[in-house]
Design a protein around this ligand. Structure first.
Ligand code: FDA
Length: 497
């Protein structure tokens, strides 16, 4: 209720926010979560909650009148189309040098992502979170995160014969023939459900190409894991379609939080103010960084330090496709949940996910999302004249990522006698270098915060999401975001409550 005083307010319901809510509630604390996206619990006009990847509609994008699909073209034809403006599930947030894709709704990125649940190789961890004790992470917090998220491995025998993973087996063959290690990666998808999909026994989800705009059945998003457990405590309230716009010290202690309620057309329908003893920022790397950068610059939180807004990276994301020979068909039905990658991190600075291309037709294409060792880091800054927060990333900064990805794919193309596809990203572009799915950093651990996410200068304010990780996780990031949140909240509950 407006004017109320709450012990803990959590901004955002993605991985970091969900971990914080569950653990605080289990410790007996009442938690209020504020989420700008929708609750995603009611079916749309077609009887399903989420739209299909091949048929984007009003549910698919966050407040856009035209889709902005990561693969913008196919066989040279543009794919984007007009849609009604709506608080849809995928935000393609445009900064001057990069489009950052993010999930919007209760569950954050877990609603839209591919479910790849990867723990970094331990020898790479020092480069990911240098101030964190690796032994504790690998002994306690990574296992806790994997259990909490419901991470499991695909059944290898089934995978070898499943038609929906033909694309991945082609990916393996090509990787291994060029001498690259091919590694299986776990996922949060319910594999038994996927087997039943393949057998035609249940409604299809992964095998209907669902990803990007939500997944109707088999994926264990946070709604089914951490958030379900958090709600079951009876101590967690969630307000969807509410956006936090300001946090400032309150007279008499705690923080005054200003929250806008929005309609599904994106219009502000009410502005509310509550007082919170403690505030956890879990709005994602971009959301938390933008909010704190503005609150520092405008004087609402004057004592934040100069590290706020710095150290942002794109996890080195770059996409590309390869054109296979006719004898290397990748399959009409491709599971939208990836299971494997090509690991050339040590030698070439690239880990390439063998990605699905769930078009429903045979494309003879192999698609890859590479995570690379890109050294560039950008900064957020408050642009008072324009009334927005800018990000200093430049498109040309993707060049090291392209170079790293080429250590894998130039070699595979040479060995196979194949070429890159140039019909996916508009014009004759080979590299999808305009986007990231993995924003990280902006409020880096042990710099803008202490080593557990407590913001410097304002006691009672915490950061607990991907903005703590300094720009690169060496693999897909949500397991690391979850494990770090588990580590930090345990310490905060033990010492600050
Ligand atoms: P996250 O972004 O999940 O949550 C933040 C929440 O805060 C959002 O729900 C947002 O709406 C809300 N919010 C923001 N500002 C707010 C405000 N002012 N007020 C109220 N609410 C606010 N990773 C991986 O490990 N494996 C994978 O397979 C993939 N695949 C993938 C595909 C696609 C298409 C995308 C877009 C992303 C992925 N990812 C991924 C990345 C992964 O989803 C991402 O790293 C995490 O969701 C980030 O978790 P956080 O907790 O940091 O924020």
């Amino acid at each position: 209720a407006p004017g109320a005083r709450v012990p803990v307010l959590v901004v955002g319901t993605g991985y970091g926010g969900s971990v914080a809510a569950l653990r605080l509630a289990q410790a007996g604390v009442d938690v209020h979560m504020i989420e700008m996206g929708m609750s995603w619990d009611a079916p749309g006009p077609d009887g399903k909650i989420f739209a299909n990847t091949t048929k984007p509609d009003h549910r698919s994008f966050w407040l856009r009148t035209r889709t902005k699909q990561p693969l913008s073209n196919f066989l040279g034809f543009p794919l984007d189309k007009d849609i009604p403006r709506h608080t849809g599930i995928l935000d393609a947030e445009e900064f001057s040098g990069i489009t950052v894709y993010q999930g919007r709704g209760v569950g954050g990125g877990s609603l839209v992502n591919g479910g790849m649940a990867v723990t970094p190789r331990r020898e790479n961890f020092g480069g990911v979170l240098p101030s964190v004790n690796a032994a504790e992470m690998y002994d306690v917090y990574y296992p806790r995160a994997n259990a909490g998220l419901g991470v499991t491995d695909v059944d290898p025998a089934w995978w070898e014969s499943a038609a929906c993973y033909q694309y991945a087996r082609v990916g393996r063959k090509h990787a291994q023939r060029s001498g690259f290690p091919f590694v299986f990666v776990p996922n949060v998808y319910d594999w038994d459900y996927m087997k039943q999909e393949a057998a035609g026994a249940v409604p299809k989800s992964a095998l209907d190409g669902e990803v990007l705009y939500g997944n109707n059945y088999g994926k264990k998003s946070l709604q089914k894991t951490y958030l379900a457990r958090a709600r079951a405590t009876g101590k967690v309230a969630i307000s969807p379609l509410h956006r936090v716009t300001s946090v400032a010290p309150a007279t008499g202690g705690g923080y005054t939080v200003v929250i806008e309620q929005i309609s599904t057309a994106g219009d502000i329908t009410a502005t509310k103010t509550v007082t919170a003893d403690k505030v956890f920022f879990a709005a994602g790397s971009v959301g938390t960084s933008k909010l704190l950068t503005r609150l520092k610059a405008t004087g609402a939180l004057p004592r934040l330090n100069n590290e706020v807004g710095k150290g942002w990276g794109d996890n080195g994301n770059v996409m590309c496709g390869r054109a296979n020979h006719m004898w290397d068909a990748t399959g009409k039905v491709q599971s939208s949940m990836p299971t494997a990658g090509i690991d050339n991190w040590a030698a070439g600075g690239a880990f390439a996910e063998v990605a699905p291309l769930p078009t429903g037709i045979e494309t003879y294409a192999s698609l890859y999302l590479s995570i690379t060792k890109n050294p560039h880091r950008a900064e957020f800054s408050w642009n008072a004249a324009a009334g927005r927060t800018d990000l200093s990333w430049q498109t040309a900064w993707k060049q090291p990522s392209i170079d790293a990805a080429r250590t894998i794919f130039d070699k595979i193309n040479a060995k196979e006698g194949t070429i890159y596809r140039s019909d996916f990203f508009g014009g004759s572009k080979i590299w999808g270098d305009h986007l990231t799915y993995h924003p990280l950093g902006g409020v880096v651990l042990d710099r803008a915060t202490d080593n557990y996410g407590r913001l410097h200068g304002h006691p009672g304010l915490y950061v607990i999401d991907g903005s703590l990780i300094p720009g690169n996780a060496s693999v897909n990031p949500f397991v690391t975001i979850t494990a770090l949140a588990e580590r930090n909240i345990e310490r905060i509950i033990a010492t600050d409550l």
